[in-house]
Design a protein around this ligand. Structure first.
Ligand SMILES: NC(=O)c1ccc[n+]([C@@H]2O[C@H](COP(=O)([O-])OP(=O)(O)OC[C@H]3O[C@@H](n4cnc5c(N)ncnc54)[C@H](OP(=O)(O)O)[C@@H]3O)[C@@H](O)[C@H]2O)c1
Length: 219
C-alpha cells in the first residue's frame, strides 16, 4: 500500500482519484488551497473506513510548498505524488490579462515543478515510489483560444518525460493525458458551452487507477 499525496484533491479528478485510491487501502493525503472541500473528501473516506489527512497548500507559492512539504514529511512517509492541481486559462491571447497568464504558468508549471523538487528526496528513500502528472490532451497538440493553457501543459509534459529518464529505475514517473471532464474546472469560463456533455471525472479516475503501472496513460 502507498501513502499518496494528491494535489487539488477537494474537487474534480483529484477528489475521485483520492476516493478510489483510499478504497483500495492506500493512505491519502489531500492537498489544496481551500480546506473545506478537502475536509469533505476526508470525511467521505473516513466514513468508508479509509485513511486520509488534509493539508492546506498553494503549489504556486514556494513558501507554502516548502512549509507544507515539511509538515507532511514530518508525519508521513510519502511514496506517491499525484500532481493533479491545475487551472485553466482560455481565450484569445490578446484578451488574456498578464495576471491570468501568470496564474496559469505559476500553478500548472512552477507549482508542479516546485512540489516535485521538494518531494523527490523523500520519494527516493523508498523503492517503488511513484509520481503521476495529470497533463491533458492540451499537452499533446495546440488548440484555439488555449495558447497559454496548452503552453503550460506542454511544459509539464516535457518535465515529466525528462524526469522519466532522470529518475529511471528509482521513481516510476507517469504521464497522464485526458480530454475534457465535467468538473469545476470549467465554472469560471464560457470556453466550453455545455460541460455536462464531457466525461465524468469518476470514469476517468477509474481508468487511470486501473492503468497506473504504465508510463503513459491516454484516457
Ligand atoms: N476538466 C477538464 O476538462 C480537464 C481535462 C484535461 C486535464 N485536466 C486537468 O486535470 C486536473 C484537475 O482538474 P479538474 O478538471 O479536476 O478541475 P478542478 O475540479 O478545478 O480541480 C483543480 C483543483 O486544483 C486545485 N488548485 C488550483 N490551484 C491550486 C494551487 N495553486 N495550489 C493547490 N491546489 C490548487 C483546486 O483546489 P483549490 O482551489 O482549493 O486550491 C482544485 O481542487 C488539472 O491539472 C487540469 O488541468 C482537466
Amino acid at each position: 500500500m502507498q501513502t499518496i499525496l494528491i494535489t487539488g484533491a477537494g474537487t474534480g479528478l483529484g477528489k475521485e482519484l483520492a476516493l478510489i485510491y483510499a478504497q483500495k487501502g492506500n493512505t491519502v493525503i489531500l492537498a489544496g488551497r481551500r480546506i473545506e472541500p478537502l475536509e469533505s473528501v476526508k470525511q467521505e473516506i473516513l466514513s468508508e473506513g479509509g485513511e486520509a489527512f488534509t493539508y492546506q497548500l498553494d503549489i504556486s507559492n514556494l513558501e507554502s510548498v516548502k512549509r507544507t512539504v515539511g509538515k507532511i514529511t514530518a508525519k508521513h512517509d510519502v511514496t506517491y505524488l499525484v500532481n493533479n492541481a491545475g487551472t485553466g486559462c482560455f481565450g484569445p491571447l490578446t484578451e488574456l490579462s498578464h495576471e491570468e497568464i501568470m496564474t496559469a504558468i505559476q500553478t500548472n508549471v512552477l507549482g508542479t515543478i516546485f512540489l516535485t523538487k521538494e518531494l523527490i528526496p523523500y520519494l527516493l528513500k523508498h523503492g517503488g515510489s511513484k509520481i503521476m502528472n495529470i497533463i491533458s490532451t492540451a499537452g499533446q497538440k495546440g488548440k484555439v483560444n488555449e495558447s497559454v493553457y496548452v503552453a503550460s501543459k506542454f511544459a509539464v509534459r516535457g518535465f515529466t518525460e525528462s524526469l522519466q529518464k532522470e529518475l529511471e529505475d528509482k521513481v516510476h514517473v507517469v504521464a497522464t493525458y485526458m480530454g475534457g471532464m465535467d468538473t469545476p474546472f470549467w465554472d469560471e469560463t464560457n470556453h466550453i458551452k455545455d460541460k455536462s456533455r464531457l466525461r465524468s471525472p469518476r470514469e476517468v479516475a477509474e481508468i487511470i487507477v486501473s492503468r497506473d503501472g504504465e508510463l503513459e496513460i491516454h484516457v
